[in-house]
Ligand binder design. Sequence first.
Ligand code: ZN
Length: 325
Amino acid sequence: VKGFTYMVIIILLLVIIMPSVIIRGCRRQEEPSQDYIVRVYIDGQKRLAAMRLEDYTIGVVAAEMPANFHLEALKAQAVAARTYVVKRTKQSGGSGCALHPPADVCTDSTHCQAWLSKDELAKKWGPLGYIAFHRKIEKAVRDTRGLVIVHEGKLIDPVFHSTSGGKTENSEDVWSESVPYLRSVTSKYEQHSPKFVSTKVVPKEEFVKILKSKYPDINLDVKSVAKQVKVVEESTGGKVKILNVGGVVIKGTEFRSLFALNSADFSITELGEAIKITTTGYGHGVGMSQYGADGMAKKGADFKEIITHFYTGVNIVEITSIVSK
Ligand SMILES: [Zn+2]
């Protein structure tokens, strides 16, 4: 009888106590990023909103990456989006969005990172697309919950672009600062990008006019324009770093913005009375290539392999390891 009583007590203990221990354990895992609140300035509504980190991340991934991309690419984007905003929050020592204090981040993609509300996403995708795509992105965010990217223990600035054109850039070739985790790497699987190669045809006279309006010292003969445009230096990633146009030295990035090119990886040829500019890739070329990430995922890479490929020497860690509650 004594043995039986002990057994009953042990079983009761297991049944009553164990589930609560398990639930508490799960909750402890859920809590950090669920409780992490970010203050978002919504540009379209001109107001500040407090959001849960994970909910906010869904709106960023949906705005920044095509939802038909592979789930592992969406997961990589989710970890990058989360890292971006956590780095800016006060909780992690960040200084927030400089344009909209006291917000941590704004929804202007040219300043912080893009974010779309549920209403905006319903409009973008339509009712049926909304159900499928929202579920897919929610999964990408949930499966990577609380994960952020660090380099030597510090949150990184996870910059990204659409299409690298086959190779990404060293940060100092595009901007001034050399960042250890923003190194040039190959991106082999992005030929499916609609902007992998693009062309622009500009009449010779217009070409010369545009250049002279910005650089009055340029000396160009309309007849043999293409010969007077020379690449002086290329970046490690294959983009035009410096070129000489009719005796004037111009940065590749300046030429890119002058002719609104998809990237600074361009070449110039004559096409009768016009100049043909052929451009490879889309964007600044630094950090993660989104089409490259999608291509890697389709070849079987998971989000961790994608992130550690495009960001050199980084680790993916739980938010709790860098931000104290
Ligand atoms: Zn901002």
